[in-house]
Structure formats: structure tokens, C-alpha cells
Design a protein around this ligand. Sequence first.
Ligand code: PLP
Length: 389
Amino acid sequence: MKDDTRLTHGFRGPDPVTGAISFPIFQSATFRHNGLNQSTGYDYSRAGNPTREELEKTMALLEQGEKCWAFASGMAAISTVFRLLTQGSHVLLSEDLYGGTHRLAEEIYTPNKIEFEYVDTSDTDSLYSFIRDNTSMIFIETPSNPMMRVTDIAKVREAIGKRDILLVVDNTFLSPYLQKPILFGADIVVHSGTKYLGGHNDILAGFVIAAREGLCEKLSRISMSEGAVLGAFDSWLMIRSLKTLSVRLERQEKNAREIADFLSGRPEVTHVYYVGLPGHPGYETNKKQAGGAGAMISFRLSSRDLAVHILENLRLIYFAESLGGVESLITYPIVQTHAETPDELKDRVGIDDCLLRLSVGIEDVTDLTEDLSQAICSFGKTKQGGVII
Ligand SMILES: *Cc1c(COP(=O)(O)O)cnc(C)c1O
């Protein structure tokens, strides 16, 4: 079955008892037993809930993994994966990384004697030299946030060879509709479901997908013991969102391609980072491992003042943190997503006060380019009574 069909119908499809096309919301914390040792398969919703399970099974199929767990946020999902690490282990992460993942590693896990090292994972040839005897995980984002660096997943797998190192891929930026890291050798895929999967800027959610059986027992124990699971209603909203993932993403990518071309043609824009542009260094690699370029664009302006002016003068594109939704959002990484990333790391990857990150939505693309155009062109003009003259 193709992904579009799977997304629309879900794992089980209509409720077998009532025929309801929309999968029911089992808003129940606990489940009755008919007798001793006679569980229906559901006992208590922290361990398992039918609505959440329908979502998890759909996501496992989409990512072509063995099993999936749904969490209350992307960070809860990533923290569950970090729980697999033991004291004294060493982890390599993409240096261009979501700020929250960096904070979790440094503030919560480093004090537990786990060492995190941030490297350019897109340079797979150099990756070998960073692997140590105690390296137990490599955690990558591709494309990365916000510099859109592309890491060749299969080459990272090759670098790991027969070593006992888990390869984890944060697949938030492309979603399983465009990229399935397990097919290229990932052991675990994580998601912020808050972004493309939820797609409407209204749900916080996260996912962990394991590639094979051997990893499932431990992850199930962590999920059930810590209990940061997704509630039944949010699971249902997510099932509903997944039905339109393919059409949303196709429209978003189409819009993003036009906007990337528009920005590339503006003299005020000194660089456009979009993996769908043939000049992007990761263009070929992304094409090899993904079915599209997605709809995330970062771009650099000729000055900080212009960047701030654009943020403050866009009308349709909202200045807000987050991404992946139907509404276009613009972010200022240096003060928002990456505010807490150390300056040294920001300098190394190129996050400065001239850089903006745009998440392209499903609006009419002409309206979006016109909005960007008026925000750019009004720079330097004076305002009188709130009106640019
Ligand atoms: C947003 C995001 C996260 C964190 O997810 P939340 O749902 O906000 O907890 C992790 N990784 C990436 C790439 C993200 O964009």
C-alpha cells in the first residue's frame, strides 16, 4: 500500500464494532477485566490506549519500523531515547541541532556522566575520527536546524560498521512521507509531532520509532515507567492530521520552491539555505535519501537591521517559533530556537543576527512572496502613523 493511502486510512481503518470511519477516542484511564487473567489487551492507558495504539501503529508502518511510541512532546520522545544511554558513554550529535535537544543533553544528561560531542555529521568522511571506544550513540538531524545541512544516513551507518553504536535520526523536518531513515540504516527515528505531522500548530506531540525488535523491550519499559505518553484526544487529533500529511507537504514544498527562487533573486538576501536548490551542498545526498526537499528555508540578510525590519513588518507570515504547520511562520533562530545554544557553537555553524528561518505554509504563494517583498522593500523608508511612506 502506498503512503497516501496508508495515511488516509490509518492502521486499522474504521472501528470494527460500530463502523465509525473516524477512529474513536477512547478517553478512558483504565479498562475493566472480565475475570482473573482476562485482560482485553488494555489495562491502563499509561501502558496502552486503543486510540494511541492506532496512531503508533500507523506511524510504525510509515517509518517502516518495528514499533512506535507516541509522547506528549518531541522532547519527551528524545529524552526517552537518551534514557538508553549508560554512565560513561559518549554521544556524537550534529552540531547544527535543535536548541532543545542541546539543552536536554547538557542540563539533564551531562550531570549523569554522559558525554555529548557536537560535530559536523554532514562531513561523513571525518566522522570516523570522532568515534571512540565508549561511543554508544550518533544522533543526527537531516536536514539540520536551522542551517539545512544534509547528512548521508547510509554513510553514517557505514562509518559505524560493526560497532555497537545506535544511529538515531531526528526526522522532524521531512517527516516519513519524504524520508524514511530506517531504510538507510537508522536504528531509531524520533519526531517532534508538533511540526509537520500535527501540521496545524495546535498539538504538542513526539514519536520514537525503533527499527527492530531488540530495541523495543527497553523503550517500552521506559515509556510505561516514565509515562510521558500522548493523551487519547491528542492521539485522535494526530490521526486526523496524518490523513492530510501528503497533500499538505506537497503544497508546502511547491510553495517553498517558489519562495526559495524568489529569495535567491533578491539582492538584499546574501544566502538562501534550501535543500531543494541545485546549488545546495546537500542537494544530491538529499535527493538520494528523501522523496523531496520539504518546506524549510533559512536565509541570510545583508544586515541585522534588515532582518529585524522583516520580522516586524511581515503581515501574513507570522513571527513565531515552531514550524511545519499550514500557516507560514518566520523565526529568528539567534533569539528563539537557538537562544540557549552556546555562542561558540552558534559561530561554528553560522547562526548569527542576519539569519532568518522560514517555515512555508499552504497559503497562496503569490500572497507569500508579496508579503516578503513588501517587508524587504519598505526597509529604510520612514513610517508615519504606522504607515510606510
Ligand atoms: C521542535 C523540535 C523538537 C522538539 O519537539 P517539541 O514537540 O517542541 O517538544 C525536536 N527536534 C526538532 C528538529 C524540532 O524542530
